[in-house]
Design a protein around this ligand. Structure first.
Ligand code: ME8
Length: 515
């Protein structure tokens, strides 16, 4: 993150922690990139950002996968967790902590939240008989299930095969929290984003909540229940608690006080219920403040088809990065998919964005401006003269961008933020075509200087605001504009380029994609 002075307001953002039962796929990469752009935006906008991701290593699915592969569960978890950590490095994600739920401090935090829920009278022992979905580590009541063509019992909402489970387990009094949850959604309309998801969750809670089975005895790969080591905690109890572990719960109250409640949990649409129903209920029970907002992104499909190992269309994110470059891949997903909705990707779509948006719209404007400054002004920022109405209109549009883009990012409309930036790049390209500085240079060098100054200013402002999406290309472009390292935060958007500043020799930052 950018430098974080102690007086900067804190901003704590998290991704879901992934199951390391296999290698990370594009859906995971998408979640990491999108959370990273939001984290970087806040850091550049003056916040002390704490950004966490990690792996969710417990649960029956992990144990079953390890058995099937003939390795120990701990080895499976470590091997795949490392792959998630390397993916973060490859994506350039700027994490404060990569948490693993097998970390010692995480066990401590999970035991503590359990004890607090127990002390509140919200945990009791009873016997559970019902349907369990090992793939999603979720319980279903009979009326949430159906029978498929093969005669197997499946969860109606996701089609996963279910296992009949009968054991003595601890229960959490979720039923007690229906009213408090509905009140939370009513009083804090921003608690769930996008808006459409709030109605879905509200309807679910209004339908009534059953108490939740929160321990298992049929396997032992998990956090042991305090006082009863025959039970391990239901994986979601410990998984959700990772968000607290990472900010010092319970042993570092100063850090906890600074960063909790979390400002934003970024998750996928399939785990909304866990984050918007179970998690706030656990926290209310433990008397810990609830997060400020949970935002659910959509699912990514490969050319419109669900990614699955059996279809054979699971793409390794590293392959995409090698083929198209990191910044184009980041830009593509952020711009192409309406954040909060499902999206699709294909090599053709990536190439098309890379060439149209990056090489043509952005790269050409930057390269033409910089090379004419080189050619006609000995590589120094020209002195602008009097501004025409066209010059002012374009500069005004660029100056208005920070507020516009921030308003979109405040509600995680990342794609709209980028769209706003690109609309000003389009304005600037129309402007440079209309002004024709390459012709003006033959007759009126002063006016040429003004036009190029205006273009360079637009490139500077758009580039400052594009840093969260494409950290590395924008850093190079800001170097070519000789923008000081300490003039790259959003506070510097209101500055202006200084005439007479010498510029280094530029090279194209956004080359076309050559097949
Ligand atoms: O759910 N497109 O782990 P997970 C977009 N351990 N996002 C996708 C996706 C796709 N095709 N597939 C998965 C878990 N995701 C739990 C989370 S949090 C306390 C515990 C998203 O590895 C998914 O929605 O199955 C989730 O946000 C994240 O990837 C991890 O999924």
């Amino acid at each position: 993150a950018a430098t974080s002075p102690a007086d900067a307001p804190p901003f704590y953002i998290t991704t879901a922690i992934a199951y390391p039962n296999g290698a990370p796929h594009i859906g995971h990469a998408y979640e990491f990139i999108s959370a990273d752009v939001l984290a970087r935006f806040k850091a550049l906008d003056g916040y002390d950002v704490r950004f966490q991701s990690g792996t969710d290593e417990h649960g029956q699915k992990m144990q079953q996968t390890a058995q099937a592969e003939g390795v120990s569960t701990a080895d499976l978890a470590r091997r795949n967790s490392d792959r998630f950590e390397s993916l973060h490095a490859a994506l350039g994600t700027d994490l404060s902590r990569f948490i693993r739920t097998t970390d010692t401090d995480h066990h401590r935090a999970s035991e503590e939240i359990w004890k607090r829920m127990e002390a509140a009278g919200d945990i009791y022992l009873d016997s559970y008989a019902g349907w369990y979905d090992v793939r999603d580590e979720a319980f279903f009541t009979a009326d949430e299930t159906s029978v498929d063509a093969d005669g197997d019992r499946i969860a109606t909402e996701n089609g996963h095969k279910l296992t009949w489970t009968e054991e003595q387990t601890y229960f959490f009094r979720l039923s007690k929290y229906s009213e408090p949850l509905l009140e939370l959604y009513r009083d804090n309309p921003g608690f769930i984003g996008p808006d459409s998801r709030r109605n879905e969750v509200t309807r679910f809670v209004e339908g009534g909540l059953n108490d939740l089975s929160i321990s298992r005895t049929t396997f032992d790969w998990g956090v042991k229940v305090p006082g009863n080591p025959d039970h391990v905690m239901y994986v979601w109890v410990d998984a959700l608690t990772n968000y607290l572990t990472g900010v010092g719960f319970p042993d570092d109250p100063a850090t906890l006080e600074r960063y909790w409640p979390a400002d934003l949990h970024i998750i996928g649409k399939d785990i909304i219920r866990f984050h918007c129903v179970y998690w706030p209920a656990f926290l209310m029970s433990a008397d810990i403040p609830v997060p400020k907002r949970v935002f659910a992104h959509g699912f990514l499909n490969n050319k419109g088809e669900k990614m699955s190992k059996s279809i054979g269309n699971v793409v390794d994110p590293h392959t995409l990065i090698d083929e198209f470059g990191l910044d184009p891949v980041r830009y593509f997903f952020l711009r192409e998919v309406s954040y909060g909705q499902d999206g699709s990707y294909s090599a053709d779509a990536i190439v098309s964005r890379k060439n149209a948006d990056l090489a043509n719209e952005y790269g050409n404007l930057a390269q033409r401006t910089l090379s004419m400054v080189g050619k006609y002004f000995e590589s120094t920022i020209p002195q602008p003269g009097d501004l025409t109405a066209d010059d002012e209109a374009l500069l005004d549009a660029a100056d208005a961008l920070l507020d516009r883009v921030r308003a979109h990012f405040d509600v995680q409309a990342i794609h709209l933020g980028l769209e706003a930036l690109w609309s000003v790049l389009a304005d600037a390209n129309r402007y440079i075509s209309a002004q024709e500085p390459w012709k003006l240079a033959k007759t009126d060098l002063d006016r040429t200087g003004t036009v190029l100054y205006v273009c360079a200013e637009v490139v500077r402002i758009v580039t400052l605001l594009t840093q969260p999406a494409m950290p590395s290309s924008t850093a190079t472009l800001l170097d070519f504009l000789a923008v000081d390292a300490d003039a790259r935060t959003f506070a510097a958007v209101a500055d202006r380029l200084t005439p007479g500043t010498a510029l280094p020799k530029p090279s194209p930052v956004f080359p076309r994609h050559e097949v």
